[in-house]
Structure formats: structure tokens, C-alpha cells
Design a binder for this molecule. Structure first.
Ligand SMILES: NC(=O)c1ccc[n+]([C@@H]2O[C@H](COP(=O)([O-])OP(=O)(O)OC[C@H]3O[C@@H](n4cnc5c(N)ncnc54)[C@H](O)[C@@H]3O)[C@@H](O)[C@H]2O)c1
Length: 367
């Protein structure tokens, strides 16, 4: 059993508790320490709920990294975006492996520095692009790799949410407030929050490299400072083309991540809100639905699949699958099979490139 500490995930926080539950499901690591909030009292409140020893709850992440180095195997950074860089850096400097949530850092220079720091110290660095942990995402990846849909021609990926279709940040809503604040979010709102998931998912599944893009970032809700919607045209190293749409102002949408990939021999379509089903449309044949948990899944999809068919799996187990591979790397030196710091760096470069394109009237920019 590995031992880990958490930075962020205090009272009222959204994703920290999800990481803790995923790591419980995964069963390879136990939470032993934390700096769950900038307010020590709040850290104590969560620590008590989780049954942690009081002397392993810290006032600052730096103090935690310094005093826990050697006693923990890894740290999980689930703070608001502005605190990712200093806290990942502090953990790496103290020789601690890190899993950080996305978007990785505010700038690509910061991300590159962290990647280099981890590399020079031989440490494992991951970024939780959660959707890579879904069995049917792995199924798509392995079907494409074995040529089931032929040569990819076009990719359409969309990620609409609707929870920011009103000025929630003006109401003091915790998660909306820092996401909509340029100084804390990193200069983008929805592009960092949901657009980066799209950026990671497409090359992960297709094996293609994004080479050029033209982006238009919109602010649909009056009074908002940052983007809450965006459309991006894409080109890849193979010559394939694509179109991304992300939004958090898509009124009524919940978490509509959808990936469609069209090749010379067939197409694939997956909806995150119906994660156990994958539509395969072979050229000239009737479309079929591939169901998670059935025996003809690809090996990677089988390995990510935990419940029988018809017994839905979802987000928590996708997080757990990412942690399984992360823990296997730390514990047994397994080859990294999870989103890494390099992937986090590419995500931040993507944000910077989209911003530049959008500011220049949606001009095409080479990556
Ligand atoms: N992978 C995913 O699917 C996914 C989903 C949601 C959020 N996220 C990411 O997770 C991160 C957290 O998002 P959230 O919605 O949970 O935010 P949140 O505001 O709900 O929680 C952030 C927590 O971090 C704590 N914190 C902030 N600065 C700190 C510091 N310096 N030291 C210690 N604690 C500190 C806050 O007190 C709070 O408890 C963000 O980067 C977000 O983009 C990822």
C-alpha cells in the first residue's frame, strides 16, 4: 500500500473528494497527510473527518512537502489553478512524486520547468485528464491503433456544459469565482477547464499530433471577463482535420463531452454521459453498439472494466484507472500509461496558442 498526501480538497471543495474516493476504489494508496486548505482550521476539519493524525495536517504545502518527504510516496495537487505550479514544484524539490489536476500550470514556461525538474530527479509526474481512464475511450484508442476505421479523415470533439450560463461568479459560488478570475484561473476560463480535456483526448485516442489550429474564444454571458465558449479548427500531422467546440455557457447541457472520429473504413462515436456504449459505424455495414464489459473488448478496455455489462461504470472508476497506472509506475516501475507532465505541458501550450489565434482574428497558428 502506497502512502499519499493531498494539497487542496478542503471543506466545500469539488474535486479533492473525488480523487480521494477514486484512490479508495483503486485500493493501492492510503491518505496519510494533507494541507487541504490555506486555512489550517479547515484542514483540521477535513483531517478529522478522514481520521488523519493531527500532526500530519499542515499550514502550508511547502511545510508538508518538507516534513513528509521520505514518509509519503506521492502527493495529489487539487487546488485552484494558481496554486498548481508552486505546490507541484515544492513537492518535486523534496523528492515526492506528484499527480496534479488540469490545467497543469498558468504558463508553458512553468510547465516545462516542472517537467524538467521531475525528469532530472527521476520522479513520476501525472496530470488527471480523467477521460483517458474510461474503458470505452481505451477501446476507441485500441481499435484505431489496429486499423479498424482505416485512415482518420476528420475528428469532431465537443465538450458543452451549462453551469456557467449565468453569472454564477457574481454570487460568491466557490468554484465559479476563482475560475472566472483571470489571476487565479490562468487567463482563460472554459478553455482551461473543459477545452484542455478535448485537447488531451483527441491525440490520446487517435495517435495523431495536432500541428495547426485556428481558435475563436467567445464570452457569451454579459459581464464575464473570460471565455465561456470556443470553437477551434484543427489540423494534424497525418493531414486529418478536426473541429472542437467547448462551452460552459451551453444552457441546459450538463457534461456533454462527445468524440466522433471518421476514417476511411468506418466511424466511432462516444458520449461521456453514456460511457459504457461505443457506436462503431463500419463502412458499408450496419452500425453496431459495442458494450463495456462484454468479452470482445480490446485488452486495454478489459483492464479498465470493473463491473459486468449493463451495470454502469463512470467517472470515479475512470479516475481510479488513471491512478492504477500511476501507482504501478511508482510502485513497480511500470512504463507510464497515464497522462504525464509532458501532456500537461502540451495542454498549456494549446491554451496559449488558442489565445494567440483568437486575439489575432482567428488566424491559423502552427504548434
Ligand atoms: N480532472 C477533472 O475532471 C477535474 C474536475 C474538476 C476540477 N478539476 C481541477 O481540479 C482543481 C480544483 O478544482 P475544484 O473545482 O475542486 O476547486 P475548489 O475551489 O472546489 O477546491 C480547491 C481547493 O483547494 C484549496 N486550496 C487552494 N489553494 C490552496 C493552497 N495554496 N494550499 C492548500 N489548499 C489550497 C481550497 O481551499 C479548496 O479546498 C482545478 O485545477 C480544476 O481545474 C479537474
Amino acid at each position: 500500500m502506497l502512502k499519499y498526501a493531498m494539497i487542496g480538497g478542503g471543506p466545500g471543495a469539488f474535486v479533492g473528494a473525488v480523487h480521494r474516493r477514486a484512490l479508495m476504489l483503486n485500493g493501492q494508496a492510503k491518505l496519510v497527510a494533507g494541507c487541504f486548505s490555506r486555512d489550517l482550521e479547515k484542514s483540521h476539519a477535513i483531517g478529522a473527518e478522514l481520521g488523519l493524525n493531527e500532526d500530519r495536517l499542515y499550514a502550508t504545502p511547502e511545510e508538508m512537502a518538507r516534513l513528509e518527504a521520505g514518509d509519503i510516496d506521492f502527493a495529489v495537487v487539487v487546488t485552484s489553478n494558481e496554486a498548481h505550479y508552486p505546490n507541484v514544484k515544492s513537492c518535486l524539490e523534496h523528492g515526492i512524486h506528484v499527480m496534479c489536476d488540469k490545467p497543469f500550470t498558468h504558463t508553458s514556461a512553468q510547465a516545462a520547468e516542472l517537467v524538467e525538474l521531475a525528469r532530472s530527479k527521476g520522479l513520476t509526474l501525472g496530470v488527471t485528464y480523467t477521460y483517458a481512464g474510461y474503458p470505452m475511450v481505451r477501446q476507441m484508442k485500441e481499435m484505431i491503433a489496429r486499423g479498424d476505421i482505416g485512415e482518420i479523415r476528420f475528428i469532431n470533439c465537443e465538450y458543452p456544459q451549462g453551469w456557467l450560463a449565468e453569472m454564477l461568479e457574481a454570487t460568491g459560488h466557490i468554484q465559479a469565482s476563482w475560475r472566472a478570475d483571470p489571476a487565479r484561473s490562468g487567463g482563460v476560463l472554459s478553455l482551461g477547464d473543459v477545452g484542455t480535456h478535448v485537447e488531451y483526448l483527441v491525440p490520446h485516442v487517435t495517435g495523431l499530433k495536432l500541428t495547426r489550429l485556428a481558435a475563436r474564444l467567445d464570452t457569451l454571458v454579459p459581464g464575464r471577463q473570460l471565455d465561456d465558449n470556443g470553437t477551434i479548427l484543427t489540423e494534424y500531422d497525418s493531414g486529418a482535420r478536426g473541429m472542437y467546440w467547448y462551452s460552459q455557457a451551453a444552457t441546459g447541457m450538463v457534461n456533454g463531452l462527445t468524440l466522433r472520429i471518421f476514417g476511411s473504413e468506418g466511424g466511432l462515436e462516444w458520449h461521456q454521459e453514456d460511457p459504457d456504449h461505443l457506436r462503431h459505424m463500419p463502412l458499408g455495414q450496419p452500425a453496431r453498439t459495442i458494450v463495456r464489459g462484454t468479452p470482445d473488448l480490446t485488452p486495454g478496455a478489459q483492464a479498465f472494466s470493473h463491473t459486468p455489462p449493463g451495470h454502469p461504470e463512470g467517472w470515479l472508476l475512470a479516475f481510479a484507472n488513471i491512478y492504477t497506472n500511476f501507482c504501478n509506475t511508482i510502485a513497480h516501475g511500470a512504463a507510464p500509461d497515464f497522462p504525464t507532465g509532458e501532456d500537461g505541458l502540451r495542454g498549456v501550450q494549446f491554451i496559449e496558442t488558442c489565445l494567440e489565434s483568437s486575439r489575432n482574428d482567428t488566424t491559423w497558428i502552427q504548434l
